[in-house]
Every structure is written in structure tokens, then in C-alpha cells.
Design a protein around this ligand. Sequence first.
Ligand code: AMP
Length: 187
Amino acid sequence: MAKLKSICVYCGSSNDVKPAYLRLAQDLGRTLASQDIRLVYGGGGVGLMGACAKAAHGAGGDVLGVMPRFLLEKERIFDEVPHEIVEDMHTRKQRMFDESDAFIVLPGGIGTLEEAVEMLSWARLGLHAKPMAFLDEDGFWDPFFVLMDHIIEGKFTPEDFRASLVHTDTPEVSITALEDRCIVLDI
Ligand code: AMP
């Protein structure tokens, strides 16, 4: 089992969501800090992104934000933590990938889904072996797993790819599951 140093968190940027989602994001931020794991995220001060980063920072954890210049105003960078300003979305995603050992996906929208699915597609192509956990308390990501099963039934993706994906309801279990799957770290 590997000790993770940095986890990239993908999550929604909307503030107008059930408070329980924001609480879960805060809980994850605090848990990362307590386990001395750096949070790598999109840099925003809004929605679950802001909730997670502010909680991690407030609990004394390390945080790295990666924000595209054109979104600075819209996603209101959380400037109390180190961040990189990049020129485009692709560079953001690449830098978040480079700086992390594993991924956690909290509830989110199209952006969250896009980021998670792109990392899964890179894994499917054998470009990396960094594990990913989907974290929710209310089955938010169940439909995604139904879709995955549908794709696997159609034989577009092998069965063992499904087994590599974690779906949990607490930050602690997510992190442990990721550490179990993270055999080799480039460190
Ligand atoms: P959403 O889940 O739609 O609220 O988006 C969550 C985050 O994903 C926001 O910070 C978006 O800016 C970000 N995002 C959306 N699309 C991309 C992309 N193609 N590459 C990197 N980040 C993205």
C-alpha cells in the first residue's frame, strides 16, 4: 500500500447546491489535511471547489490551485493558497494531473465529469495508472456507474476497468481505497 502525497479533487463550481454536498467537500478537505496529503484542485473559491480548499487550508493542509487566466473572475481564485495561473483548460488539466498521485471526484457538473472522464480515457489508453475514487453520500454518481456497466455490457470497455473504479461515501474510505490501488508512485 502506498502513502499518497497529493490527491487531485474534481468537483462542482456551483454554490447553489444542496448544503450536504458543500459539507462533504469541506469534510474531504479537512481529511486530506489531517492525513498530510496535499490537495490539488482547480483553484476556485466557489462551490465545492472553494469549500474543499478553504477547509483543507483552514486545517493546516497544503493546497495547490491551478486556474486558467480567463476564469479568474468567474471562479474567484482562492488566493490564500499557492496557485498557478495557466493559459488554457488543457494546461490546467495537465498540471493537475502532473501534480497528483490519485483522483477523487465529488459531486459536480459537466466540468467535473469532463475532467474525470478525460483522466479515465488516459488510463484506458495506458498513459497512466493513477487511481480514481468517486465520493458521494447519496448515490450522486450511481447513474455514472450504470452507464459504465452499460458500456461494459456492450463490450466497449473491459470488465476489469470497472473494478479499478472506486465508489465510496466517506473521505477516509476513498483515500484508503486509492492507497490500496496505488502500487507504484513516481517519487
Ligand atoms: P462544473 O462541474 O461544471 O461546475 O466544473 C467544475 C470545474 O471544472 C470548473 O472549475 C470548470 O472550470 C472546470 N472545467 C470544466 N471543463 C474543463 C476542462 N475541459 N478542463 C479543465 N477544467 C475544466
